[in-house]
Design a protein. Structure first.
Length: 387
């Protein structure tokens, strides 16, 4: 009986001992994070606005008289100067009309000479009662009518000269020609809807961007206060980024052209003027316009991967304190600059912000820390957590 009780006790002890060994689990591994140490430094503040290029001036060439095209005096796609002849319409019918108008005007002048002579003869005869006063009045009226015919003839001559001049079609502006819609022998009509060719002035060129009215008001206030980089005549300086990511090397001037706000979107169209001597910028191209707003003397730039948001939508950052423990801070984010956020509150110079390993660390944890640069390059080996 005693042996059985002893065996049962030993079995119970062994079972309890086995259960104790199964509950002994290894501690979880210490999380590892990458941190970036913040350093206050001057930061250029810029506003980037998407937009499209628009021609400075466009001229659609249309005929002002009807006729046959006898010559095309330019090559499609070439640059033309203001006043350069582009087309020639057959001038023969209009030259004939001019000659006829001149002859009519000359006939009217001859009639005036005869009427003046008649009046001069009738005046002394009327005083001597050799002719009636009615005859003198008729001579004077005939002279006035002939003088009116001269004025009408001169107007006809001027109109014919204008029509003859319209047979030579000139470029009203300097620019690049487009595709010609007619060739020699084509019949064109006066004031037709379709243009013969379009001349586009490319230097300078406009950039039109659409922005909210609040941003426009802020830019106007900053420009009035002299905070924006300005040209010699007081306009705000702007720069362009082309669609392929390259920078346009010539600065432009910002113009606040629109005075009405789109009621459906609350946006305003801003216009900037850029020099384009090489013709690199073409109407319709998509570009990004950068406006230099100033310099933040003690700006703090935090990599965007180090900023998250809580359930309330507040921007937060996980910071490793001097004791090596993680702490969550609510921060104020001003704007994005490249791949960083410009933070205006919640962080200070020297703070170590976690940029990698955020999912494995909670506030109060003591992780292993690796110091990295903003682009992710390691600066220091992994450090041991504080004890």
């Amino acid at each position: 009986m005693l042996n059985r009780q002893l065996l049962a006790a030993l079995a119970t002890t062994a079972a309890l001992s086995g259960c104790g060994k199964s509950d002994q689990r290894p501690p979880p591994p210490t999380p590892a994070v990458d941190v970036v140490t913040l350093h206050a430094a001057p930061v250029d503040i810029t506003t980037e606005l998407p937009g499209r290029l628009t021609a400075h001036r466009i001229a659609d060439i249309r005929p002002q008289v009807s006729g046959l095209i006898t010559k095309r005096l330019f090559t499609e796609g070439d640059m033309v100067k203001a006043g350069q002849q582009l087309y020639q319409i057959d001038p023969k019918p209009y030259q004939a009309s001019l000659d006829s108008a001149r002859a009519t005007a000359a006939k009217a002048r001859a009639s005036v000479l005869a009427a003046k002579a008649m009046v001069r003869r009738y005046q002394p005869l009327a005083k001597a009662f050799a002719v009636s006063g009615q005859d003198l009045d008729n001579a004077v009226a005939s002279l006035a009518q002939d003088q009116a015919d001269v004025a009408s003839g001169d107007a006809s001559v001027e109109s014919a000269e204008i029509n003859l001049a319209y047979t030579r079609m000139y470029a009203p502006i300097s620019g690049r020609t487009g595709r010609s819609t007619v060739t020699e022998g084509a019949l064109v009509t006066q004031n037709q809807t379709d243009s013969l060719v379009t001349v586009t002035e490319l230097d300078p060129i406009y950039v039109d961007v659409t922005e909210t009215s609040a941003t426009v008001l802020r830019l106007k206030r900053e420009n009035a206060a002299g905070q924006l980089q300005q040209t010699s005549d007081g306009g705000a300086v702007v720069h362009l980024m082309l669609d392929d990511g390259s920078a346009y090397d010539k600065p432009g001037k910002l113009l606040f052209s629109e005075v009405n706000v789109d009621q459906s979107t609350g946006s305003v169209t801003l216009r900037a003027l850029f020099p384009n001597p090489d013709g690199l910028l073409l109407p319709g191209m998509f570009v990004r316009e950068e406006i230099q707003e100033g310099v933040r003397k003690d700006g703090l730039l935090v990599p965007q991967r180090g900023i998250t948001h809580n359930d309330r939508g507040d921007a937060t950052a996980l910071v490793i304190g001097p004791d090596g423990k993680a702490a969550l801070r609510i921060v104020t984010v001003d704007r994005a600059i490249g791949t960083n956020w410009l933070v205006s509150g919640g962080l200070k110079d020297g703070d170590r912000v976690v940029v990698s390993g955020l999912q494995s660390v909670r506030p109060g944890d003591t992780p292993k820390v690796t110091e990295v640069t903003a682009d992710g390059a390691a600066l220091k080996p992994v450090s041991q957590p504080a004890q």
